[in-house]
Design a protein around this ligand. Structure first.
Ligand code: GLA
Ligand code: ZN
Length: 689
């Protein structure tokens, strides 16, 4: 049965293609603005994000509003079949505001208030900032919420950062009072403050972390991060409330990018559409490993798709280079299309850029753009962009389609914050994100679609749930995983899991705490290894996964006891040689695997997940062997599947297809049994679902 999700805007139910557009920088150059429209059409761009940092052009003096330029831009768009995400301009503010109301200026961790400058540096608590934002947003909404060119709200820009002003401190205390039932005693216990005599005897003594003050109370650090995240989300809600009523149909999004600061999974809940800004540095990561970078990027696309289990927007990407990496290298031929369509493969219904036209001055004048300072379309970058425009126009049927997913990885903000703050077991590099990627990349190499979920989410839809280094887990979430396995699910946990609970207090009674029964093991000791230390995982003969071999292991090793689980593999060396290093526990109808050490060899993870996926009955996108660095991802409307085969390996590759009938989507030509992909090559194939 054909099943598609409704388009992001019914005004334009197709794949979106466009960029951040700043016509306010060019008002003195009318010929440039005319050229922009002509070239947008030439590049098959159908949507622009406007107004993102335009506050001073919209309110040059307090209470004086100038909308004429924006009227003209939006009207011109409407006449030319171009649509707009209209931004609220709160990402940067005019100097008059900082001058008149210094409280809007952010106070840093060191308790020093910023001077006016740059962007993203206001206080989200400040009543003046909130009031000024709501006022201008309301005026914009009143004027444009029903404008024919406008298809959605782009609320602010890349929210992030934190403020330590007195207003924020007071709010933090109120937030804590609610959380801890007005009981300081409860807070003191939750944060274990008797340690070093840190016990609070009055709420006024509680302060946000500071480099010259408190840094060592993990529970405080974690709660502060949660508070900052919630305040940011609350500010976003405030902005949404200020525009919503003028046209409740208009979808809202905010572009995400600062993964560290805001719990985006929670932010996504108040949005209609998720959007994010992706800037992978192709061809110049330290290890020069584009396949790994592609997997990293894919994992984030998957995460943003999973937030709402529906298509997201690639709100920003660079059409060529960026200006903020140590070296600004150009995208190699083919890479622009490959990386743009990678986002679509993983669920984006758009390819959008920062920026349409390079600014003439200031800090981003050398950041890549569709139009360079040369001002014309006869450039390699423009041709690459236009090619993506043509491809997206062929992909209309793909907009609104989804990917059925049977495998999930738990990657969650609380855990990430807590695990990175803890001292020990390997301060020289715990590598949490890298570990999640190590597991993800194996699935990516196998072409197994993955959802990236939080530990609170419903697991029942998945056949396999993987939780790399789930250091922080509450009793309740541990129980849910246990139940999931009992009812037939497959779970894989690793070393350094089930260590602390919700407020960062260690679980008592043996690690992995609430996962102990599920995994059927007790982790008595965990050690960090020096970079020069090497151990190994030796597979036991005849193990339940039929894996063979002896793989190098390093960095972290956990000494575990079997409590119902069986050993599939053991340590190679050291005083714990022969002790279990990979185990499987049968619990109820399901199975739970535990990996006690960090295996070094990427090939191990591919073999491990190939074996587990087979046992768990998980489908791969293509039922065939994929060369390393090549992946396949698909979207479906229930009748047709759209398969994106992507070559990030850096060399030409051949893929033997799996015997099903494929046509090449853009040309409509049949596809031979062996598909050849050039360097940075991509094939978009169609098959019957
Ligand atoms: C971010 C911002 C943009 C721009 C780009 C440059 O993503 O949202 O305004 O500064 O970075 O890469
Ligand atoms: Zn503040």
């Amino acid at each position: 049965m054909k099943m598609k999700l409704p388009p992001i805007s019914s005004k334009i139910p197709v794949m979106l293609h466009g960029a951040d557009y700043n016509p306010e920088q060019w008002l003195k150059y009318p010929e440039v603005l005319r050229e922009d429209i002509r070239m947008m059409k030439l590049a098959k761009c159908n949507v622009m994000s406007v107004g993102i940092f335009s506050w001073v052009s919209l309110e040059p003096e307090e209470g004086v509003f100038t909308f004429d330029w924006l009227d003209s831009v939006l009207d011109t768009f409407a006449e030319n079949g171009i649509y707009a995400f209209l931004a609220t301009p709160s990402g940067a503010r005019p100097a008059w505001m900082s001058e008149k109301y210094p409280e809007v200026l952010r106070v840093e961790r060191n308790r020093v208030r910023n001077l006016h400058g740059v962007r993203h540096n206001h206080c989200y608590t400040s009543p003046v900032y909130r009031q000024k934002t709501a006022l201008l947003n309301g005026k914009l909404a009143e004027r444009y919420a029903k404008h024919p060119a406008v298809i959605g709200w782009h609320i602010s820009n890349e929210y992030g950062g934190e403020c330590h002003c007195d207003l924020c401190q007071a709010n933090f205390r109120e937030w804590l009072k609610v959380k801890y039932d007005n009981s300081l005693d409860e807070l003191n216990h939750a944060w274990w403050t008797t340690f070093w005599s840190h016990t609070y005897t009055s709420w006024d003594q509680v302060e946000s972390p500071a480099p010259h003050g408190e840094t060592q109370v993990h529970g405080l650090n974690l709660d502060w991060r949660r508070f900052v995240s919630e305040s940011t989300i609350d500010f976003c809600q405030h902005e949404i409330d200020s525009v919503r009523d003028y046209n409740p149909e208009l979808p809202v999004t905010t572009n995400m990018h600062n993964i560290d600061g805001v719990d985006y999974r929670k932010l996504a809940k108040i949005l209609d559409v998720v959007s994010w800004d992706a800037y992978p540095a192709w061809g110049y990561t330290e290890d020069n490993d584009d396949a790994r970078l592609a997997a990293w990027t894919a994992m984030h696309h998957d995460m943003f798709r999973t937030f709402k289990h529906k298509p997201f927007l690639l709100m920003e990407s660079t059409p060529s280079l960026t200006n903020w990496q140590s070296v600004s290298k150009l995208k190699r031929p083919g890479m622009h299309k490959l990386s743009s369509l990678q986002a679509v493969a993983h669920g984006s219904d758009s390819v959008q850029y920062f920026q349409w036209r390079k600014s003439r001055g200031s800090s981003e004048k050398f950041h890549g753009a569709v139009i360079d300072h040369s001002g014309h379309a006869e450039t390699r970058v423009f041709r690459d962009v236009a090619e993506v425009g043509r491809t997206l126009a062929e992909l209309q049927d793909v907009a609104g389609t989804t990917t059925p997913v049977q495998t999930a990885i738990i990657y969650d903000w609380d855990n990430r914050w807590a695990i990175k703050d803890a001292q020990g077991i390997r301060n020289s590099g715990l590598k949490y994100e890298e570990t999640v990627l190590q597991h993800y990349q194996a699935l990516w190499e196998l072409g197994i679609p993955v959802d990236i979920i939080g530990s609170e989410e419903d697991l029942s839809a998945y056949k396999l749930v993987i939780a790399p280094m789930l250091y922080l887990i509450s009793e309740a979430n541990g129980k849910r995983i246990e139940k999931y396995v009992e009812q037939g699910g497959t779970f894989l946990g690793t070393y350094w899991s089930g260590v602390v609970g919700e407020t960062d207090l260690c679980h008592l009674g043996g690690f992995p705490g609430p996962l102990r029964r599920t995994l059927g093991i007790w982790a008595e000791e965990t050690e960090g290894l020096h970079s020069r230390d090497l151990n190994g995982l030796v597979m036991n003969s005849g193990n339940a996964l039929s894996l063979e071999g002896d793989y190098d292991a390093h960095e972290i090793a956990e000494l575990i006891h079997l409590e119902g689980a069986e050993a599939l593999g053991t340590y190679r060396t050291d005083f714990y040689a022969g002790q279990p290093a990979l185990t499987m526990n049968r619990l109820g109808e399901g199975r739970a695997y535990h990996l006690a050490t960090r295996v070094k060899d990427a090939g191990f993870y591919v073999e491990l997940y190939a074996a587990i996926a087979k046992k768990a009955g998980i489908n791969r996108t293509l039922d065939t062997e994929l060369p390393a660095g090549v992946t396949a991802q698909f979207r479906t409307d229930g009748e047709s599947d759209y398969v994106f085969v992507q070559n990030f390996s850096g060399i030409e590759q051949s893929v033997v297809l799996d015997g099903r009938v494929y046509t090449e989507l853009e040309s409509g030509e049949p596809v031979p049994a062996v598909l050849t992909l050039p360097v940075h090559g991509l094939a978009i194939l169609k098959r019957v679902h």
